[in-house]
Write a protein that binds this ligand. Structure first.
Ligand code: NAD
Length: 270
């Protein structure tokens, strides 16, 4: 496993398990256990995924100690709008059965995000979270936090894959040393329609999914692919023994076409 150093000095494992849509029961528990067995040390959940209880149960019953696993969760939009970030965090801590979160994110840039950020800064001081960051923040939202907050976000978690590289948001984050986590790095499974990945994968004796995740790593991006299938969880972690050539990196870069599989942070209604 490979780590990335954040602007607060902490090291985050560059590969994590995403658990969106995993059931709040044995499905999420198994996925987390299989991921830890496969070498993952990073799990990404959110209160809106409604599976924090199962993730917490999985971490409690895992053979890997809690302190060795990077746990990310997110404050949902209703809580940000209602000004109840601190309460929402306390509730998440109970569901996750832990007394700290490694990384707490504002899930979407909804009204009230600046006040939420101030509450998160207090949570940082109180030791309830080790790092704070944002998700789906574009330059205009980031500027508010950077100019009016006291703490620089450690991470911006955004949709990122070969069809959508978001150079504007990433350029701003690079300038301010804000790390990038890619959500939907596997294009929500839609990579199968793109023949280039299979062609490159054959060259390295790897799968198309492994090629895309490797492309993320080589671009210094943190990736959190989702799977609840043990074979795929293992496959997605088996990406540290090969390196894509510059030619293949460029060929994948050239696929960019501004295509989203998720909502647009500048035009969403939830
Ligand atoms: P993803 O790009 O990780 O794709 C997941 C899908 O790809 C799986 O359901 C499966 O169908 C397929 N897949 C996974 N591994 C495969 C393999 N080896 N071979 C073939 N198919 C494979 O999509 P995602 O779940 O949208 O994103 C990953 C994670 O990002 C989520 O679970 C969640 O934790 C996070 N996320 C965050 C936000 C946000 O707003 N911050 C939004 C969406 C997702």
């Amino acid at each position: 496993m490979q780590n990335i150093k954040l602007n607060n000095g902490l090291e985050i494992p560059q590969l994590g398990l995403g658990v969106w849509k995993a059931d709040n029961g044995q499905e999420a528990i198994n996925a987390v256990h299989w991921a830890l067995e496969a070498g993952y040390r990073h799990v990404d959940t959110a209160s809106i995924y409604k599976n924090e209880e199962a993730v917490g149960r999985a971490l409690k019953t895992a053979s890997v100690p809690r302190k060795d696993v990077w746990l990310t969760t997110k404050i949902w939009n209703d809580d940000v709008r209602a000004g109840r970030t601190t309460t929402a965090l306390d509730e998440a801590l109970v569901r996750l059965k832990t007394d700290y979160i490694d990384l707490l994110l504002i899930h979407w840039p909804v009204d009230g995000y600046l006040a939420a950020w101030r509450e998160m800064e207090r949570a940082l001081t109180a030791g309830k979270v080790r790092a704070i960051g944002v998700s789906n923040f574009m330059e205009e939202h980031l500027t508010d936090i950077v100019e009016q907050g006291e703490t620089m976000p450690a991470i911006n978690q955004i949709e990122y894959h070969p069809y959508l590289v978001q150079s504007d948001a990433i350029g701003y984050c690079d300038t301010h040393d804000i790390g990038i986590t890619a959500w939907s790095p596997l294009m929500q499974g839609n990579f199968k329609d793109e023949p280039l990945f299979a062609g490159i994968a054959r060259t390295y004796g790897k799968s198309p999914a492994q090629v895309i995740l490797r492309w993320c790593l080589q671009n210094d991006i943190i990736a959190i692919p989702k799977s609840t299938n043990q074979g795929r969880i293992q496959e997605n972690a088996d990406i540290f023994d090969f390196e894509l050539s510059e030619e293949h990196m460029i060929a994948i870069d050239e696929l960019e076409r501004g295509q989203r599989f998720g909502p647009d942070p500048l035009d969403f209604d939830f």
